[in-house]
Design a protein around this ligand. Structure first.
Ligand SMILES: [Mg+2]
Length: 376
C-alpha cells in the first residue's frame, strides 16, 4: 500500500458561547483546525487533525498547511503508510518543531494502520484498560456568580470534574472564585484550576495563600511555559497537584520536567504533543517517574478527540478524575460523529477500526475556508 494523495482542509467553527481564557489568550470566539485526509492506492483513507492555536502553540492553520505541503508531503507521498515508526523517524530527522502538523500526519497513519488490520488503534497500542471515561467540564473566566451558574449546569448534565479557567482577573478575584466554588461544590465535585500561564510566580504564591483550606485537586500551568524554576518552586509549596500543559510539548520536555521535579501531572494532548506516537511516549515518561496523565484538549474537533481517546483508554496512569473529551460539545458544530460516543458526561470508547471516527463531508465543505490537494 502506498500514499498517493493528501487533502488539507482549514476549517473554522464558532464556539456556542465565547470562551474567556487567561490574559495570554483573551476571549475566543471560534476554533480553527486543519483536517487531513491521507489517501492510499488501496482506497483506504486516514484522517488526521491539527489544532494549532497561536500563541499557545507556535503554529497556525496556515503554517500547518505550508509545512505539510513543502516539507512533509514530498517525503510522505509514495511511502507505505503502515510503516508508522519508519515515517516518524524520517520526520524526526527532517522537520523541526511543528508538532500539530506532525500530529495530524501521525493520527492519519494510525487510522490507516488500524483500518488495514481491521482493529481499533487502542489494539495497536496494546489494548484498552478503560471501556469508558468520565468527562471534565471546563468553564471560562467569569465572576464567582457566573461560575456558579456554569458549574450548576454541568452538574445537571452529570459532570463530576470541573476545570475553572483563571489568569485573566486580579488575584484577589481569582481567590474569591476558588473559595466560593470550593465552599459550594467542593464536596460533590473534583475541581481543577487552569491559569494558562496567567500568573507571575508571586501571584501564584499569593493564590495559594488566599485559598488555604480550599485547594483544588490540580492547578495547571500557573506560570509561563518556560519558567521551569518557578514551576519547581511552586510545586514545593503547593498543597495540591501541579499540572504542566503549555510547558509540555515534546518528549524531551517531558523528560526535563520529570527529571527536574517540576510537575505531578502531565497534561497530554495528542495534537499539541505531535501525534499518537509522541503522546504515547510522553505518557510512558510520566509513568516512569510516577506521574499521572490528564487527557486534555486544545480547541479540538472529533478526529483529535478520537485519537486522544484511543490513547487515553490504554493508560494505567490516568489522573482519577474527568478527562477533556467534551471539546466538540462546546463548538457550534463538528465535522465528525465523535459526539455520538458521549452520554451522561461519559465517553464510550468506539469499537470501529482505526480511530473509530467518521467525517461528514457536507459539514467539512460547509466549514472549510481554505483547501489544498497534493498528489504524487
Ligand atoms: Mg491547560
Amino acid at each position: 500500500m502506498r500514499i498517493n494523495k493528501l487533502e488539507l482542509f482549514h476549517i473554522s467553527i464558532p464556539f456556542k458561547v465565547p470562551y474567556r481564557l487567561s490574559w495570554v489568550y483573551g476571549t475566543l470566539e471560534k476554533a480553527e483546525a486543519v483536517i487531513l485526509k491521507v489517501h492510499t492506492d488501496g482506497g483506504l483513507i486516514g484522517l488526521g487533525e491539527a489544532d494549532p492555536m497561536n500563541p499557545f502553540t507556535e503554529e497556525t492553520a496556515g503554517t500547518v498547511m505550508v509545512v505539510i505541503r513543502d516539507v512533509i508531503a514530498p517525503q510522505l507521498l509514495g511511502c507505505d503508510p503502515t510503516g508508522v515508526n519508519r515515517i516518524e523517524a524520517l520526520l524526526d530527522q527532517s522537520v523541526r518543531g511543528n508538532p500539530t502538523a506532525r500530529g495530524a500526519v501521525n493520527m492519519a497513519l494510525h487510522d490507516i494502520l488500524g483500518k488495514a488490520h481491521e482493529v481499533p488503534v487502542y489494539t495497536l497500542l496494546g489494548g484498552k484498560l478503560h471501556d469508558r471515561l468520565p468527562l471534565l467540564g471546563a468553564i471560562g473566566s467569569g465572576t464567582a456568580e457566573e461560575d456558579a451558574s456554569a458549574i450548576e449546569a454541568l452538574i445537571r448534565e452529570g459532570y463530576r470534574t470541573v476545570m475553572i479557567k483563571m489568569g485573566s482577573l486580579g488575584i484577589g478575584e481569582e481567590i474569591r472564585r476558588m473559595v466560593s466554588a470550593s465552599e459550594r461544590y467542593g464536596n460533590q465535585l473534583v475541581l481543577i484550576v487552569d491559569a494558562n500561564q496567567g500568573w507571575h510566580y508571586k501571584e501564584a504564591l499569593a493564590f495559594l495563600e488566599g485559598i488555604r483550606g480550599h485547594a483544588p485537586l490540580v492547578i495547571e500551568q500557573p506560570v509561563r511555559y518556560s519558567d521551569h524554576v518557578g514551576l519547581s518552586a511552586f510545586r514545593d509549596r503547593c498543597p495540591c497537584l501541579l499540572s504542566v500543559d503549555e510547558s509540555l510539548v515534546t518528549v524531551e520536555d517531558a523528560a526535563i520536567l520529570a527529571h527536574s521535579s517540576a510537575a505531578d501531572v502531565f497534561s497530554v494532548k495528542v495534537s499539541k504533543n505531535g501525534g499518537l506516537s509522541k503522546a504515547s511516549a510522553i505518557a510512558r515518561v510520566a509513568d516512569g517517574f510516577g506521574l499521572r496523565c490528564l487527557m486534555n484538549s486544545m480547541l479540538e474537533f472529533g478526529i483529535t478527540q478520537a485519537a486522544s481517546l484511543q490513547l487515553g483508554c490504554t493508560l494505567n496512569n490516568l489522573l482519577d478524575c474527568g478527562h477533556a473529551y467534551m471539546s466538540v460539545l462546546r463548538m457550534a458544530d463538528d465535522v465528525t460523529d465523535f459526539k455520538d460516543n458521549i452520554a451522561d458526561a461519559m465517553v464510550q470508547v468506539p469499537a470501529g477500526a482505526g480511530l473509530g471516527v467518521a467525517i461528514d463531508d457536507d459539514k467539512l465543505k460547509k466549514y472549510t475556508v481554505e483547501t489544498l490537494k497534493i498528489e504524487a
